[in-house]
Every structure is written in C-alpha cells, then in structure tokens.
Design a protein around this ligand. Structure first.
Ligand SMILES: O=C(CO)[C@H](O)[C@H](O)COP(=O)(O)O
Length: 223
C-alpha cells in the first residue's frame, strides 16, 4: 500500500469517532484532508465543524460542511487530526503544516483527540522530525538563539524565499535535531521563551486514540 492509501484507510476508520448531531474538530494536513473528504460523505449526520486552519475551513466548506468559529463552541466530543510523529505513549510532534497553534487550541476544547497517521509516524523518541515553533515575527532572532542554546539548529521556515507566514500572522522556526527524551519538559521550556506563541509538542494533552495505518490494516492505540 502507498502512504496515501494508508492515510485514506485511517481517515475512513476515523468516521467511527464522529458523533451524530455534534460539531467535530478537524485538523490540518494531507491525512486530515482525506478525513474531510470522508466527512463530506456523511455531512448530514453532523451539525458542523471547527477548523484548525484556513485551508481546512476552505475544504470543509467546499464539501458543504458548516464551519463554526471556535468562540461559538464551548466543547466538542472529538478532534481528529494527523501528526508528524507519535510515541507509543501518545505524545506527538505536530505543525509540519504550520497550523500547530490553532490545532492545539481546537484540540484543547475537544474531549477526545483521535490521531490519524500512517505507520511511519510511530517513533519511540520524538525529535527526528524538526520541532515547529510558532513565533512573533519581531522575536524570531532572539527565539532562535534561545532555541539553539537548548541543543538544536533553529531554522526559520521559508516559503518562496521569504519567511512563511502562518494563519495567525506569525513565523515558524523549525528546531532541528532536538533530543526530546522528556516531551512535557521540553514543551514547557520552549513555551516559556518570550516571543514563542506555542510549539508543536503535544505532550501534556496528547492523543486519546491513535489510528495507525499499516500494511496489516488499521491498528488502534489507546492512551
Ligand atoms: O500538524 C500538522 C499540520 O500542522 C499535520 O497534522 C502534520 O504535519 C501531519 O501531516 P500529514 O497528514 O500531511 O502527514
């Protein structure tokens, strides 16, 4: 099976977690896009969705799914999203698609986080994938220096030769080669750097369930 077929398989399997008549939190990225396409097929069963990015909102609307502003929503039963890396304990690196802050915010409102990922995303120790850190633009230099002192190479993410600008008007610094033996400690340490909006570690509130696409079928990990 190709990686896309594995992503499609977990996207289909995630429909089981959709609660009829409710608002669903929806993530960002290629796996989340496959999930949105599946959600489109059962759109009449749900009230709508909260999107973790402008791109996701656009795709949801293209499927005729109503998109709610998070400020209108107090709670939702489930948030469904991909990950760049996930451990057997449910800690994740997210933000490869630069949507980490909104992903963390929407996930914080959901009762359950269902991570959908192809098998390549399962790792024993986080950190091979560069850790995304969203920063206030005027602080990117100082934050990069402080990140480097934590033992990584801090690289400003570029798009077409210019700093990539997130949906929040901020920049992303990718922390390359960070040793993440204690995800919760690193998540807190980076979030405490002045100028950081948030980082892509989901250690404190990681996944509740992970649907992992493998050649032997979809495996369910519960945390
Ligand atoms: O965190 C994310 C976007 O900010 C994505 O969930 C993550 O990058 C995984 O993406 P994909 O499903 O395309 O592999």
């Amino acid at each position: 099976m190709t990686q896309d077929e594995l992503k499609q398989a977990v996207a289909r399997a995630a429909i089981e977690y959709v609660v009829d008549g409710e608002i669903i939190g929806v993530g960002t990225g290629s796996t989340a896009n496959f999930f949105i396409d599946e959600l489109g097929k059962i759109k009449d069963r749900i009230k709508g969705a909260v999107a973790s990015s402008e791109a996701t909102a656009e795709r949801l609307r293209a499927h005729g799914i109503k998109v709610f502003d998070l400020n209108e929503v107090e709670t939702m039963p489930v948030y469904i999203d991909g990950a760049d890396e996930i451990t057997p304990q449910g800690a994740m690196i997210k933000g490869g698609g630069a949507a980490l802050t909104r992903e963390k915010i929407v996930a914080s409102v959901a009762q359950k986080f269902v991570c959908i990922a192809d098998g390549s995303k399962l790792v024993d120790v986080l950190g091979k994938f560069p850790l995304p850190v969203e920063v206030i633009p005027m602080a990117h230099g100082v934050v990069a220096r402080k990140l480097s002192s934590l033992g990584c190479e801090a690289k400003l993410r570029l798009k077409d030769g210019k700093p990539l600008v997130t949906d929040n008007g901020c920049y992303i610094i990718d922390a390359v080669g960070m040793q993440i033996a204690d995800p919760a400690a690193i998540e807190d340490a980076i979030n405490n750097i002045v100028g950081v909006v948030t980082n892509g570690l989901f250690a404190r509130k990681g996944a509740t369930v992970c649907l992992l696409g493998t050649a032997d079928g979809v495996k369910k990990l519960e945390f």
